[in-house]
Design a binder for this molecule. Structure first.
Ligand code: NDP
Length: 294
């Protein structure tokens, strides 16, 4: 029996529509639209695509989008000054500084400058602390999107054995915290984990966030497990000169064993922007003191 395919694209479209539907009521109560400021430093082509998409989806949701493009040689002081200006701007509810930043800039120092209550990416240490202590805060968009997909598929996650492969601050660690908060028994695996296939085979829920094309094989997966593939890897395609996207899971194999699995593309990927809009809407409600009812 083959796995059910978890349609992240459809789920994300639905979430974006839900957010858009809540914007008019917010506008009425607050007298303004929710606002998201995105800061891009330099010319990184992938970042340019992400920022363009963020602008487009923000506007489509009826929100205000403030784009700030700075040259690659921007100084730390200039970037900090911009972030402080956005912190003070009452039209801005969410601030996102697109990563990676150019080498001359200390990324963690910049993230630390963002007002934690406008940190819709959830990377500020205050929000990391809030997440790990169970306080209200902002949670990184990609792992929050993964949990939404998991809960939609499985309902209550209590007691499930979950293995997260990857321990980055952006995906792996917040993912583990979120699953712990959902009462899963969580194992975090990484490049030094011994006997990784055996560890993964225990899991009812596998989240792969590694960045290695098709690393997770079918015989690593417990039959019936739910597999969330966060990986986005560009590899050579079937035709010469063409490329394609694959995940960290060998989809063609894993689909024969798993109970449900996210495809790449069309799984986790579209969730990130949708959750960003949702986080911005939540921030807007909190900052304007308007009750938020999800
Ligand atoms: P990082 O490179 O920051 O982290 C990768 C993690 O994988 C590290 O913890 C590393 O371990 C671990 N790892 C590397 N090799 C192995 C191995 N052989 N066995 C087990 N673990 C290993 O990546 P990110 O977390 O930022 O991203 C992971 C993937 O998710 C990427 O493909 C990225 O493109 C994708 N991604 C997708 C997003 C989306 O869908 N919107 C958003 C963000 C990321 P160690 O710590 O020991 O080095």
């Amino acid at each position: 029996m083959t796995a059910d395919i978890i349609d992240g694209k459809a789920f994300a479209a639905n979430l974006r529509a839900k957010v858009a539907a809540m914007v008019p009521a917010f506008r009425e109560k607050a007298g303004r639209a929710p606002g998201l400021a995105v800061v891009l430093v330099g010319e990184d082509p992938a970042s340019q695509v992400y920022v363009r998409n963020k602008h487009k989806t923000t506007v489509e949701a009826g929100m205000e989008s403030f784009e700030h493009r700075l040259p690659a040689d921007t100084t730390q002081d200039a970037l900090t000054a911009l972030v402080e200006q956005l912190n003070a701007d009452p039209a801005v509810d969410g601030i996102l500084v697109q990563l990676p930043l150019p080498k001359q800039i200390d990324e963690s120092a910049v993230l630390a400058t963002i007002d934690p209550d406008k940190d819709v990416d959830g990377f500020h240490v205050v929000n990391v602390g809030r997440l790990s202590t169970g306080m209200h805060g902002y949670v990184p968009c990609t792992p929050l999107g993964c949990v939404m997909l998991l809960k939609d598929r499985l309902g209550d996650l209590s007691g499930k054995d979950a293995v997260v492969i990857g321990r980055s601050n952006i995906v792996g660690k917040p993912m583990a915290q979120l699953l712990l908060a959902e009462n899963c028994t969580v194992t975090v695996a990484h490049s030094r984990t011994a006997h990784l296939p055996e560890v993964v085979r225990r899991a009812d829920i596998v989240v792969a966030a590694v960045g290695r094309p098709e690393m997770v094989k079918a015989d690593w997966i417990k039959p019936g497990a739910t597999v969330i593939d966060v990986g986005i890897n560009r590899v050579p395609g079937a035709e010469p000169g063409k490329t394609k996207l694959v995940g960290d899971v060998d989809f063609a194999e894993a689909v024969e064993v798993a109970g449900a699995i996210t495809p790449v593309p069309g799984g986790v990927g579209p969730m990130t922007i949708a959750v960003l809009l949702r986080n911005t809407l939540v921030a807007a409600h909190r900052l304007a003191d308007v009750p938020y009812d999800e």
